[in-house]
Ligand binder design. Structure first.
Ligand code: C2E
Ligand code: MG
Ligand code: MG
Length: 585
């Protein structure tokens, strides 16, 4: 008897014959019995192939058992089972099945069960409940699996895999209809590592969840926000109508994200860098979009005016240059390419030399002399600022120690500290070690910090600064007025000195209000026992005005530019009082 004839005979007896094809597929051989059709619904009169995953739970359960049974490869052995399915009308359909393996063929025969014995019914019922429980469990497990594949466990936002699929969709849509424009926004939390260090990992997680929530609140119906990993988030914005629209959407999200976060009943301020790429039909795959959004993000980091940037082809080149610089910088210390220059700080009372500020430069082998603005941000992002910062501190301490013993003047050295250094766990040890090695009295050192460095977590910063102060080192607040311009937090920080940013100084004489601001800052600082340095003083008009406003010290090109040590030594004998008098008209 041929296989087809046998199958037809069996199906005439209302027996369903399935042959296992591997990979969870079963081929129906012969006709479908009527009970199967009533189970599948009237419109499913024919099914050539049954997939294990899309049949009924009970049958699925037996099919799975059968597959396992066949794996044991027992020729002529038989596995059978009993169970009940429920058809569309809710009626029970008792079934019996046998799995057999004959001459390498794996066949399953399923028939209506004729069994009416009570014991068997009880057995069936028990088996059924068992199966029900298991199938519900399997469904849940499958759902969980799906969730873990496509969603982020912490924030519950879609994850990287999910957004990649959506980007594939968006790209294929835009190829068919260029009107379906979209943009990808890549968001990175600035200094997130510092937040983790300062507040602890738990708080870092809380913050990520809050950011995710705020992002979700800003979405339009078709936008999708996802956590891309770590502190990186992306938003698929669609539709978008050109660059202006993208800017508006981004700025709205940015405003919403920038409001302070309450963690552990503390107010935490964070900032973000954002890179945006506009989807076009020229993009082939999601990776290319993501790469360009990241390039725009790197660009935004390096050009900190707006905190976000929209991708443009020229950015590729810049990002390569930046990577090359980072690579070169990693060798700059060992190749002896870094130089420290010293700029004098002058007393406005009598024009005497009081201190120096150490300012680093990089003598690049091919690009020439680079200013800190061209490489400090790269050093911070790459972590290289830690060894570079320590090297600068040691150079500067050694230098001022030598000058103090040479001149017998109580000169001090100002050294800029980076936010990354402030978060360095062994910062205190490293400073103490340098002081010990250079034998510099701590009173000869002032560390400069900026408002932005302390503002995102005032309590933490205050505690680190107090520890630094307990070593006898003084603290100076640099670039005052450029960050949050808030005077209210000054009293919470143990600072000795405040440097008014040059943007205030340069407007002296052009508008009346700047002088008033400077005067108010000086008065407040003095009431808190903080003395004031004016930065970027370039004219005698400015120095004179600052003196009359009560400012204590000044620094700027008027007195000297930052100089190599050997040239700075010529300033020891100079008195600058002539530069403090008003120019005669
Ligand atoms: P800063 O600490 O506020 O330093 C003052 C900057 O103003 C210096 O720029 C200085 O050369 C410049 N300057 C001084 N007087 C005048 C003036 O009269 N007119 C004008 N237009 N500019 C003046 P520089 O050396 O390019 O440094 C820029 C910034 O880079 C510094 O600002 C500081 O934030 C950072 N930096 C410099 N050296 C270091 C360092 O060793 N470590 C760290 N972490 N940052 C550094
Ligand atoms: Mg400074
Ligand atoms: Mg400054």
């Amino acid at each position: 008897m041929s296989q087809a004839v046998l199958a037809n005979v069996l199906s005439a007896l209302e027996i369903l014959v399935l042959e296992y094809q591997g990979n969870q597929f079963f081929q129906v051989i012969g006709n479908l019995p009527s009970w199967y059709r009533s189970l599948m619904g009237a419109d499913q009169s024919y099914a050539a192939i049954i997939n294990l995953t899309d049949t009924f739970p009970f049958l699925t359960y037996f099919l799975e058992d059968a597959c396992q049974f066949w794996q044991t490869r027992q020729e002529h052995a038989l596995k059978s089972g009993l169970w009940i399915e429920v058809d569309e009308s809710g009626a029970d359909i008792p079934l019996e099945a046998s799995a057999i393996s004959v001459a390498g063929q794996e066949i399953l025969l399923i028939a209506l069960s004729q069994t009416t014995y009570t014991e068997k019914s009880v057995l069936i019922q028990q088996g059924r409940e068992n199966v029900l429980a298991q199938s519900a469990e399997r469904k849940r497990a499958a759902e969980q699996l799906r969730h873990s594949i496509f969603y982020d466990w912490l924030t519950e936002l879609p994850n990287q895999s999910f957004i990649r699929l959506r980007l594939v969709d968006a790209l294929s849509q835009i190829k068919n209809d260029p009107g379906c424009s979209f943009a990808l926004l890549y968001i990175d939390i600035k200094h997130f590592k510092a937040i983790n260090t300062r507040l602890g990992l738990w708080s870092g997680d809380q913050l990520l969840m809050m950011v995710a929530k705020r992002l979700s609140e800003q979405l339009r119906p078709d936008d999708i926000a996802a956590r891309f990993g770590g502190d990186d988030f992306v938003v698929l914005l669609r539709p978008v109508e050109g660059e202006q629209d993208i800017r508006q959407l981004t700025e709205r999200i940015q405003r919403h994200l920038l409001a302070p976060y309450a963690i552990h009943s503390q107010e935490v301020h964070i900032q973000f860098d954002m890179g945006i790429v506009l989807g076009t039909a020229l993009y082939q795959q999601p990776e290319d979009l993501i790469r360009d959004a990241c390039t725009a993000l790197e660009y935004a980091k390096g050009h900190g005016t707006e905190d976000y940037a929209i991708f443009h082809q020229t950015m590729h080149l810049q990002s390569l240059t930046r990577m090359q610089l980072e690579h070169d910088l990693s060798r700059a210390i060992w190749q002896n390419e870094l130089r420290v220059c010293y700029q004098p700080i002058i007393s406005l009372t009598d024009g005497s030399l009081q201190a120096f500020e150490a300012l680093v430069r990089w003598q690049h082998p091919t690009l020439g002399l680079l200013s800190p603005n061209q490489f400090i941000a790269i050093a911070e992002d790459s972590g290289l600022i830690i060894p570079i910062g320590a090297w600068i501190l040691k150079e500067a301490c050694e230098q001022i120690q030598q000058w103090r013993s040479q001149t017998h003047l109580p000169l001090t050295m100002h050294v800029n500290l980076s936010v990354r250094q402030l978060d360095q766990l062994d910062l205190l040890d490293s400073i103490q070690k340098i002081l010990a090695e250079t034998q510099l009295d701590p009173s000869g050192l002032k560390l400069e910090i900026t408002e932005t460095m302390v503002f995102n977590n005032l309590e933490y910063a205050a505690s680190i600064l107090r520890q630094i102060k307990s070593l006898g080192i003084r603290i100076s607040m640099d670039d005052f007025g450029t960050g949050y311009a808030s005077l209210s937090y000054l009293h919470q920080l143990p600072i000795d000195n405040l440097k008014i940013d040059q943007s205030f100084v340069e407007t002296i004489g052009t508008s009346g209000t700047e002088s008033e601001i400077i005067q108010a800052v000086v008065q407040l600082a003095h009431s808190l026992n903080i003395d004031v340095v004016a930065e970027g003083v370039e004219t005698t008009e400015q120095s004179h005005r600052l003196k009359t406003l009560g400012c204590d010290y000044a620094q700027g090109y008027l007195f000297a530019k930052p100089l190599p040590a050997i040239e700075a030594e010529h300033l020891f004998d100079q008195n600058f009082s002539a530069l403090l008098t008003a120019p005669t008209a």
